[in-house]
Design a protein around this ligand. Structure first.
Ligand code: ATP
Ligand code: MG
Length: 224
């Protein structure tokens, strides 16, 4: 595969189970070893960058993130323990979790996990996203990271990221076609390759995998 992502662009990656989306996502922050001369960040071969610098530039959010049995505030500012409450709140707002936190018994000081309240899957995912936003990395990679969040909220989150002050480059890997549709560009993967690329408007009128995935999604929406 061969593609370029522009700074500030929101790129969605969609495709069937096992098509290689996570493999690609893992390669970007070098969670899996990749050869020289294959992936470049601002012209630098990522294998030549110190891992610490690469991971500060690329925030990666997996489907399941680890939350500590600690306050929700400390979970969000995990990467930056001295972060101000206002910054934590800002990240929580972008991740669409702030209103729910206000409903918790002790708001941002509520304990989560074993010793505290149990968060739903979607709440855990949005907390993990807020944590990643605190890192303030120019590139954000979300690998199925909003799978337990409803489509409407996922779409709103993507919208926040697009128009947010940070103006990050976002790589949104998802089975949520409705949210992926609003990306600037969509890459469609199948069997380890990119088989289609374009905007939703372009792809939805082309016979092919994207159209098939979109029709499946439409059908599901009707059934729900
Ligand atoms: N190092 C490897 N060598 C060979 N095959 C691999 C390796 N790593 C992963 N695979 C295979 O590559 C395929 C793609 O897996 P991947 O997890 O990237 O898919 P995916 O698109 O993220 O799927 P899903 O939608 O279920 O998350 C799978 O069949 C997987 O078993
Ligand atoms: Mg995957």
């Amino acid at each position: 595969m061969n593609f370029t992502v522009q700074p500030g662009e929101t790129v969605a990656i969609v495709g069937p189970i096992g098509s290689g989306k996570s493999t690609l996502a893992n390669a970007l922050p070098r969670l899996l070893n990749i050869g020289e001369g294959q992936i470049f960040l601002d012209g630098h071969d990522i294998t030549t960058l110190p891992l610490k610098d690469l991971r500060r530039a690329i925030a990666y959010v997996p489907q399941e993130s680890f939350l500590f049995s600690n306050t929700i505030q400390d979970n969000i500012r995990y990467g930056d323990p001295l972060a101000a409450a206002l910054e934590v709140e800002h990240a929580a707002k972008e991740a669409q979790i702030h209103p729910e936190i206000l409903n918790f018994p002790k708001r941002y000081d509520t304990l989560v996990g074993e010793r505290g309240i149990t968060l739903s899957g979607g709440q855990r995912q949005r907390t993990a996203l807020a944590r990643a936003l605190m890192v303030d990395a120019p590139v954000l990679v979300l690998d199925d990271a909003l799978s337990s969040v409803d489509n409407q909220t996922a779409t709103q989150i993507l919208q926040n990221l697009k128009t947010g002050t940070q103006h990050q480059t976002v790589i949104f890997i998802s089975h949520q076609m409705g949210a992926a549709a609003m990306a600037d560009r969509i890459l469609v993967m199948d069997q380890g390759r990119i088989v289609q690329a374009g905007s939703h408007a372009e792809l939805v009128v082309q016979p092919g995998l994207y159209q098939a995935l979109w029709e499946q999604h439409q059908l599901k929406e009707v059934l729900v």
